[in-house]
Design a protein around this ligand. Structure first.
Ligand code: X8Z
Ligand code: ZN
Length: 619
């Protein structure tokens, strides 16, 4: 299914892209001509309900037909980056955007008619789009989008520019960030990667201007407002909701941040890690300091401490990418969900090819809106990748679950739901579960719970401010409040304010640090991940209740529980046919996002962190 506001190459690939295939284009144009003729002939008479229904039927059929081949161009591009596949993909995007924009503009004609609830929703969904009527603008927009995606995918840092052997890709640099203990080496890898995005800063600024133009054609203030309009509430309400949730979780984040600060200070010294103020961003084990689980060995509680780390065992067992993916599939089938189709295994890209450039950032694809589902990922035998596969298959099982919905409803209840499905499953990847798989030798007893919780918090709680701030920045950029000359200034103001991290060295002239995060050049909205990090705990609380579990939330795993599986599947099957609050209600009885579930989950850790912080600060 496509993303209604068209976006270039996309994470779980909810977007409309299209391949240039003469017969398909002819078919598309034929349909287009058909109903623009109808629209033209009715120009004077007010539209009727019957016409609106016919319009929706035609639009759905047209888009469905086009989306399948569109996805294929993007798939080929992202798994084989060349000038040719880039051109094909951007041309395909151009055609899809033309169709989408045209349909979105036409849809407005039927607003206000007494349609069925379902059709009103379809009409609204069709208008969550940009429209660039001017073909030059549209071509420029899609060319820029494809270029930036490819540039990010291909980027390498060469510490000795004349020596190709010194070049490292993002995966290799991330590996250094994750495992080196040398602050100079960490800093070099961090700065080396962040230098890369400067090359497409101008292009990004041009792209923003065109995207805004497209959003305004459909009556949105700017693209940021369009993005915030997809949550069954006004853009302002969505901004307020996310701020409310952030305020709910901030005290938990602050406790974790202080604890980690004190541990980093012990390791790297007072010169590098201050007692107050932001901490240098290269020390958190992650290129964007967005999740800190690689710091677990450094910060774990003294004595015996449970862990979720299965990296060593996966390596010892020579677990290949397919076997890693089978583990994740096994979780979903244990809930009663179907096995992945054979085509998934035949067509997915599970490892980084040696002979060509690809976009390694993990993504899930639904190519024909039925069962041609795939993932694209450069899998290594690490705990992080083990968990990410569960995330990606969450997208895939959502796609499969809503495949019988009408085309326009083949999407997540909102994009945060799509991101939360697999993350909820990650919460059931407990030590007991890993032990059942033979990946963890011993099941830690209750006394080691704090270690496990801390490990989980480094992944999930550390993420919250990053999940929130990326789009704080983009909303400002799209609103024109932040101009290119201030991109870095405002980016770092936000990173200091929310994450409490700072740039390891002064900003470069004309740098573009936000662009060093995949979702910025790929133009994938990011607030979805913040929403998902709140929702997944609500989902988990509801599923554990359904499973009859009554213990502490952090010990619950729904592995093998068919009753919980049925409940989950019922929500997934709704797709986006209902407002997200109704989908949530079918699962948990709640109608609002609520951070109390994540706070409940980590309650014992919060007490422990605060005690540690007190002792360490006075020690
Ligand atoms: O981009 C992703 C997924 C694909 S939708 C791998 N995530 C965000 C990121 O990597 O920054 C998952 C967590 C946040
Ligand atoms: Zn995802």
């Amino acid at each position: 299914m496509f993303l209604l506001y068209l976006s270039p190459p996309f994470s779980y690939n909810e977007r409309l892209v299209m391949r240039i295939q003469p017969q398909l284009v002819a078919a598309a144009l034929a349909i287009s001509l058909c109903f623009s003729a109808t629209a033209a002939s009715n120009k004077k008479a007010p539209p009727t309900v019957a016409e609106a229904e016919q319009f929706l039927k035609n639009a759905e059929a047209r888009l469905e037909k086009l989306s399948d081949s569109a996805q294929r161009a993007a798939w080929v591009y992202e798994t084989h980056i060349t000038d040719d596949t880039e051109a094909i993909s951007s041309q395909a995007n151009d055609i899809s955007l033309a169709a989408l924009g045209e349909i979105a503009l036409q849809a407005r004609r039927y607003n206000g008619l007494p349609l069925s609830v379902e059709n009103k929703r379809k009409l609204k969904l069709l208008q969550l789009s940009i429209s660039l009527s001017d073909s030059k603008d549209r071509e420029a927009y899609t060319r820029l989008a494809s270029f930036m995606s490819g540039a990010y995918g291909k980027a390498k840092y060469c510490s000795k520019p004349s020596d190709e052997g010194s070049c490292k890709n993002l995966g290799q640099l991330e590996e250094i960030l994750a495992h080196s203990n040398d602050p100079a080496v960490l800093k070099d890898a961090w700065l080396g990667w962040h230098k890369q995005s400067a090359s497409y800063k101008d292009k990004y600024a041009e792209y923003v201007a065109l995207s805004n133009k497209g959003a305004r054609e459909l009556g949105y203030a700017d693209t940021g407002a369009l993005w915030r309009s997809q949550y069954d509430m006004s853009p302002q309400e969505f901004a307020q909701e996310t701020e409310r949730l952030w305020q709910q979780v901030k005290p938990l984040y602050d406790s974790l941040h202080l604890y980690v600060r004190l541990k980093l200070r012990e390791k790297y010294g007072a010169e590098i890690v201050p007692l107050t103020g932001p901490i240098p961003a290269h020390l958190f084990g992650n290129m964007w300091s967005q999740s800190w689980e690689n710091l677990y060995p450094l910060v774990k509680p003294q004595g015996q401490a449970g862990s979720l780390d299965v990296g060593e065992v996966l390596k010892q067992k020579n677990t290949d990418a397919q076997a890693m993916t089978r583990y994740a599939e096994g979780f979903y089938t244990s809930l009663g969900m179907e096995k992945l189709p054979d085509s998934f295994w035949a067509k997915s890209m599970l490892t980084k090819p040696r002979d060509r450039e690809v976009v390694c950032h993990a993504s899930a694809w639904d190519l024909n809106n039925l069962t041609d589902v795939r993932i694209k990922m450069c899998i290594n035998p690490t705990t992080e990748d083990f968990l990410t596969i569960h995330h990606e298959l969450g997208h895939i099982y959502y796609d499969l679950a809503y495949r019988n919905q009408p085309y326009l409803f083949k999407a997540g209840a909102n994009d945060g739901f799509h991101e939360a499905i697999g993350d909820t499953v990650q919460l059931s990847v407990t030590p007991e579960y890993l032990n059942k798989l033979g990946l963890l030798k011993e099941v830690p007893d209750v006394s080691q719970d704090i270690g496990v919780l801390l490990n989980r918090a480094l992944e999930k709680v550390a993420f919250l401010p990053f999940g929130y701030l990326v789009d704080q920045w983009r909303w400002k950029v799209y609103a024109g409040e932040v101009k290119p000359q201030d991109y870095d200034k405002v980016w770092w103001e936000l990173r200091e304010k929310y994450q409490g991290v700072k740039r390891p060295a002064p900003s470069e002239a004309n740098g573009f640090d936000a662009g060093a995060k995949y979702h910025v050049p790929a133009d994938v909205p990011y607030a979805r991940y913040f929403v998902a990090h709140i929702l997944q705990f609500q989902f988990q609380r509801a599923l554990c209740k359904e499973a009859g579990y009554t213990g502490p939330l952090h010990r619950c795993s729904i592995f093998g529980n068919k009753k919980a599986g049925e409940k989950y599947q019922a929500m997934l099957a709704l797709g986006t046919s209902k407002p997200w609050s109704e989908a949530l209600k079918t699962m948990s009885g709640e109608e609002k996002m609520d951070a109390s579930a994540i706070l409940d989950y980590f309650a014992p850790l919060k007490v422990w962190l605060d005690a540690q912080n007190k002792a360490l600060s006075h020690g």
